[in-house]
Write a protein that binds this ligand. Structure first.
Ligand SMILES: O=C1C[C@@](O)(C(=O)O)C[C@@H](O)[C@@H]1O
Length: 894
């Protein structure tokens, strides 16, 4: 029995001169559940093969990761990694001051660092450096972004920073050597390589986080605003690749996403996610999937990460080559170490995934099922490094002893930890064995946020006995933590389908390795795709097919049916989305009476009228005063009220009588996303940023609400009927001052309250006390409506004088050849970016898809479908334009 258990671990044991264990981890665990392992390792201990350094790095022992929300953020790293740019980006987003230690040094001493060293010698220089660093850290401990170069990193500087890291986030900024080289212009590249090899461990030794600043390739940043097609003098829905001033956009979103993970949530409303599913903890939703992607594949293959993400709720990066790493480390006599190059590679990979996907990342280091001594140290180093990258979730092996687990958990920061036990052998106890409940209880006691158990299935019955374990765990003392439990191997697929949280799935592109797994049932690994899992859940009646509609007076032209149906098909969802064109809302009742009614998109002119048919509204719909999405409610609370959003999500796609209708609004989310996508970092929202809304109907209100969420403080309304503009302003003034709004935290103080202004006529000049608008949203019709002709609307040129341009969002998409779009396209050389209705429709549609299905939307596919289905006035589509537009999408809102 032991031979089967020891498996791949034996060579290590032999190499270390250890006696192969005669016991299984389970028997060891039973005897002494708190002491399976005993040593605590030191990460980043210096490599014997690493180049020597005059100032040896301090060893980073589990630096803290919990801070006051206003604690200053420190960026450290060699020059050329982009720290100053990132600091400016963060400073604009968080309204924090940037303090550059080098500049501070120059201001206080009157010399640059290099000149000072030359004049006064190394010793005096180092003392001065330390003094300056200490003074900066002491003085600017709150609400600042501190930039710190290698100059301040002598040993004393390192220990100052390390102490600081117990109360402040210190981010080591890393970048690919080529970009650093291009920036620093060092003649000999080998000198840079040497510098990076020396400085990497030093910076890692005194920082608690790491950000890999991915260099954006300028290849797709072609000229913006150049119409891609001309047809008899008309511009055909031209949209361009990313303009140069948006080149930093992706870096901006990526960095802010990272910073938002490491500092307290809720501090900066404009950085808060808006999509409905982002607001409920993923691990509390039911029947979620996690695509498991081996690190070795991510680094070796050219994988389409956005495609891998489709259908999954989390992206699991599986460090699958630890054994290989351990072996090579042992061979190079630097065993138990994470080399700087390997650490860089992991940071880079996580960065690539994070900047592409919208779902949370799970960092999983795959250990052999016993976590053998030689393996354990490498395992821990990888785990500690993973936590530096702030993944949303991270697994920790429950084979470690309590002391080590507690130590790691105390440094988890915002990462949710999954206590993990996996086994690839048949000797693992039955699910009914108290081993599993004890392990669950222990993980919970130690502070894990979730637990994950896997074991190979010996028979089909094993799939069903998991229910017993789940029931037992649920009956244990509160608070229960989510349990992920399933069988692996060919026979375990049933339990994989019915596991409720983060079911590991695979993808066609990774299929090769999963087939290997299938042929070797002792190996664990996902065997089904997200689509397989979805199909199985519908085929076994856990979920039901739904009928979903778009309801509107002229809904016939809508591209929503094509967009949603394409997404359903890709996911393996049996739903059907159809058009319901109607002059009145009277026919809605009949649709809702169908037990398979799955919800509806509401189009013009019903977005306000439909409120009277709802029983409850989301806070957004309430604040805006308009509804564009209806959701059926089938289970009411015992007191008759509507359940919370999590419960609503967990009852989606189950047929039955509809007891109530819940109304939401996703238009504001779409508008917010378009503004964010089109706004260059130079135009990032600041206190004096001004926005202009044209129109004062339901969409105008959604635009105003989106702007308030983005932190815009000056909002100007222009509407043909001034009384409607006044109504809008009255509505929002009431909203921002009312204490129960609970939407815009910063608006409570009158000094920072947003200011609404009305411009009554095109002839008026732009108000002198306001900046020119950098955000313009046009919410007026662009085509003939009944007897009203299409308004031939353009903005007076005296209003569009922003020196840095801005973003124009035009909400309609029936025609894209509008005078306003043409006017702004002609201004693109001045920094104006146009977002039209074909950008907006999918953005608001992603949120509707989430509301209808409780799944993240396949964004690229939906965008593609909308672009493919759209035809211009001549009924033509252009694949080249579609491709250019898709490639131009740099920014993903969450
Ligand atoms: O405004 C729009 C666009 C839409 O009407 C369509 O055309 O599909 C669908 C609505 O839900 C959304 O609010």
């Amino acid at each position: 029995m032991a031979a089967a258990v020891v498996g791949t671990k034996r060579p290590f044991a032999v190499m270390e001169g250890m006696q192969p264990s005669q016991e299984t981890p389970y028997s060891l665990f039973r005897r002494n559940p708190n002491n399976l392992t005993s040593r605590t390792e030191e990460p980043y201990s210096r490599s014997s093969s690493a180049p020597s350094t005059p100032t040896p790095p301090l060893v980073a022992i589990d630096l803290s990761r919990s801070f006051e929300p206003d604690a200053s953020l420190v960026l450290v790293g060699v020059r050329g990694t982009g720290k100053s740019t990132l600091a400016i980006i963060a400073s604009a987003a968080f309204q924090r001051r940037v303090v550059d230690v080098d500049k501070f040094f120059q201001e206080t001493t009157g010399h640059s660092s290099a000149a000072h060293r030359k004049l006064y010698g190394a010793f005096e220089h180092n003392c001065r450096q330390e003094e300056v660093l200490r003074s900066v850290l002491d003085t600017y401990g709150r609400d600042c972004i501190i930039v710190c170069n290698a100059g301040s990193m002598e040993r004393s500087g390192q220990s100052l920073l390390r102490d600081y890291a117990s109360t402040h986030p210190i981010v080591h900024v890393v970048r690919d050597p080529k970009s650093i080289h291009a920036y620093l212009k060092i003649r000999e590249e080998s000198k840079l390589t040497g510098l990076l090899a020396i400085s990497g461990p030093i910076f890692r030794g005194c920082s608690n986080y790491e950000f890999y600043n991915f260099s954006e390739t300028p290849s797709n940043h072609s000229e913006q605003g150049m119409p891609s097609r001309e047809s008899s003098g008309d511009v055909v829905y031209a949209q361009k690749a990313t303009p140069p001033f948006l080149a930093l956009k992706r870096a901006e979103r990526h960095f802010l996403k990272f910073v938002a993970l490491i500092i307290a949530r809720g501090k900066v409303p404009s950085l808060e996610p808006a999509y409905p599913l982002s607001l409920v903890p993923t691990e509390l939703r039911r029947f979620t999937c996690a695509i498991a992607v081996p690190f070795s594949k991510l680094t070796a293959d050219d994988l389409d990460i956005e495609d891998l993400e489709i259908g999954s709720d989390a992206f699991e990066i599986v460090i699958d080559d630890l054994q290989k790493t351990s072996l090579s480390m042992m061979a190079s006599s630097s065993a138990q170490e994470l080399t700087p190059a390997r650490a860089d590679q992991i940071s880079r990979t996580i960065s690539i995934v994070r900047r592409t996907v919208i779902i949370p990342i799970i960092f999983h280091v795959h250990a052999d099922s016993e976590l053998s001594a030689s393996h354990r140290s490498t395992y821990l180093e990888h785990l500690r490094h993973g936590l530096r990258l702030a993944p949303e979730f991270c697994t920790i092996s429950l084979l470690l002893d309590d002391e080590v687990i507690l130590q790691i958990l105390s440094t988890k920061g915002s990462t949710k930890m999954i206590g993990h036990l996996n086994t690839s052998n048949y000797e693992a106890p039955e699910w009914s064995d108290s081993f599993w409940t004890d392990s669950y209880e222990r993980a919970r006691r130690l502070g894990c946020d979730l637990v994950r158990f896997t074991r190979p299935a010996r028979s089909l019955d094993d799939n069903f006995s998991i229910r017993i374990l789940k029931q037992k765990c649920r009956a244990l003392a509160e608070p229960a933590i989510p349990l992920i439990a399933y069988n692996t191997g060919h026979l375990g697929r049933v339990s994989i389908c019915f596991n409720e949280v983060f079911t590991n799935v695979t993808h066609e592109a990774l299929q090769h390795s999963s087939k290997d797994h299938l042929s070797s049932p002792t190996l664990c690994g996902p065997h089904i795709t997200a689509q397989d899992s979805t199909r199985a859940l519908y085929a076994s009646f856990v979920f039901d097919p739904m009928q979903i509609y778009i309801i509107g007076a002229s809904a016939g032209y809508s591209l929503s049916p094509a967009m949603h149906n394409a997404a359903f098909q890709r996911y393996g969802l049996p739903h059907h989305y159809q058009t319901h064109q109607t002059p009145s809302l009277n026919s809605l009742k009949a649709l809702v009476n169908d037990p398979n009614f799955g919800g509806a998109s509401v189009s013009l002119p019903f977005k306000i009228e439909v409120i009277s048919l709802t029983h409850s509204l989301s806070r957004h719909a309430r604040a805006i005063g308009a509804v564009n999405t209806l959701i059926p409610v089938r289970n009411l609370n015992p007191d008759g009220s509507i359940p919370d959003e999590l419960s609503l999500f967990n009852e989606r796609c189950r047929a039955g009588p509809v007891k109530a209708l819940y109304g939401d609004n996703t238009d504001w989310i779409g508008i917010r996303s378009c503004i964010r996508r089109g706004l260059s970092p130079a135009n990032a929202v600041r206190p004096r940023t001004t926005a202009l809304i044209i129109g004062a109907g339901g969409m105008g209100r959604a635009a105003a609400y989106a702007m308030l969420h983005l932190g815009v403080k000056n909002i100007v309304i222009f509407n043909r009927t001034v009384a409607n503009a006044e109504n809008l302003v009255t509505h929002f003034n009431r909203l921002v001052s009312s204490s129960d709004a609970g939407l815009l935290p910063s608006s409570k103080s009158p000094d920072t309250r947003p200011l609404f202004r009305i411009i009554k006529s095109r002839e008026e000049s732009w108000p002198e006390d306001l900046r020119y608008p950098t955000i313009v949203v046009s919410c007026i019709p662009t085509h003939r409506l009944g007897d009203s002709p299409a308004p031939n609307f353009t903005l007076p040129s005296q209003w569009i004088r922003s020196p840095t341009g801005g973003v124009l969002v035009e909400i309609a998409y029936k025609t894209l050849h509008t005078p306003l779009l043409q006017q702004f396209r002609a201004e693109s050389h001045k920094g104006w970016v146009c977002m039209d209705g074909l950008d907006l429709l999918p953005e608001q549609g992603f949120a509707q898809f989430e509301l209808f299905t409780a799944r993240r939307a396949p964004r690229r596919l939906m965008r593609e479908e909308v672009l493919r289905r759209f035809t211009d006035a001549k009924g033509v589509t252009d694949p080249e334009v579609i491709q250019t537009r898709l490639e131009g999408i740099e920014d993903q809102d969450t």
